[in-house]
Design a binder for this molecule. Structure first.
Ligand SMILES: [Zn+2]
Length: 209
C-alpha cells in the first residue's frame, strides 16, 4: 500500500492507523506539510472502486505537491480494506461504515437493508481508526470519495458550498446538500453537520461491467 510517487520520493509520513475486522492494515498517508490540515478518505464502501482509485491516481499524479508548505494533506486511501478485497459495500462484519460514526442521530435500525449501522455507534475497528485519525489531524476540510449507480453529484455538509462549487466547476457534476434520504452515522453528518468541518462527498458514476 505504499504509493509510488516517482523518483523515489518518500511520503512525508505513513502510518497504520488500525486494522480491519479481518486484520488488514488501514493506512494514513501524509503527502504534504503545512498549517492547514486536509483529509481525503477513500474506500469507505468496498465496491466503489472509483472512489479509492481516484485518490490513488491523485497521489500518483503528484498534483498535490503544490500544497507543500501551505497545507498538510492527509489521505486514508482505503478505509474498508476488507470490503475492497471482497468487492462488497460493507465491512467484514456486514456493517456500512458510513452509518457507523457516533453522530447524534445514529440509530440502531437499518433504514434500508444496504445500510446496516452496526451494533453500536463506532463499533467497527475501521470507524475507530477513522475517528482516531480525525482526532489526530483535526482537519479543516474533508473529502470522501464514493461512487453510485446513477446521477453522480457533489454533496456537501457544513460550510462547504463554495468548495463544492469549485469542484463542480471542474468535474461538471451537480452540487447538492440534500441527497433525499437521511444518513445517520455518516461522515458528512459527523464532520460537516455536527462539527462544522467543511465536508464534501464526491459520488462518481460507477463503472458498469
Ligand atoms: Zn459509498
Amino acid at each position: 500500500m505504499l504509493p509510488r510517487l516517482g523518483a523515489g520520493e518518500p511520503l512525508a509520513s505513513l502510518q497504520v492507523i488500525g486494522h480491519s475486522v479481518q486484520g488488514r492494515p488501514i493506512y494514513l498517508w501524509q503527502l504534504t506539510q503545512g498549517i492547514r490540515p486536509l483529509l481525503l478518505v477513500g474506500g469507505v464502501h468496498g465496491d466503489e472502486v472509483e472512489g479509492y482509485a481516484l485518490i490513488e491516481r491523485y497521489v500518483a499524479s503528484g498534483k498535490w505537491r503544490s500544497l507543500e508548505g501551505r497545507a498538510a494533506l492527509w489521505a486514508i486511501p482505503c478505509l474498508n480494506p476488507d470490503g475492497c478485497a471482497l468487492g462488497q459495500r460493507l465491512n467484514a462484519n456486514g456493517v456500512d461504515l458510513n452509518r457507523n460514526l457516533p453522530t447524534q442521530d445514529w440509530i440502531a435500525a437499518s433504514l434500508e437493508a444496504r445500510y446496516p449501522p452496526g451494533a453500536a455507534p463506532g463499533s467497527e475497528p475501521e470507524t475507530q481508526a477513522l475517528l482516531a485519525s480525525l482526532a489526530q489531524i483535526r482537519p479543516r476540510f474533508v473529502l470522501s470519495t464514493h461512487s453510485c449507480q446513477n446521477d453522480p453529484y457533489v454533496n456537501y455538509n457544513g460550510p462547504a458550498l463554495e468548495l463544492a462549487q469549485v469542484m463542480a466547476a471542474r468535474n461538471g457534476l451537480p452540487v447538492t446538500d440534500d441527497i433525499s434520504y437521511p444518513t445517520p452515522g455518516s461522515l458528512g453528518t459527523w464532520a460537516g453537520q455536527e462539527r462544522r468541518i467543511p465536508t464534501l462527498t464526491l459520488e462518481l458514476l460507477r463503472r458498469r461491467c
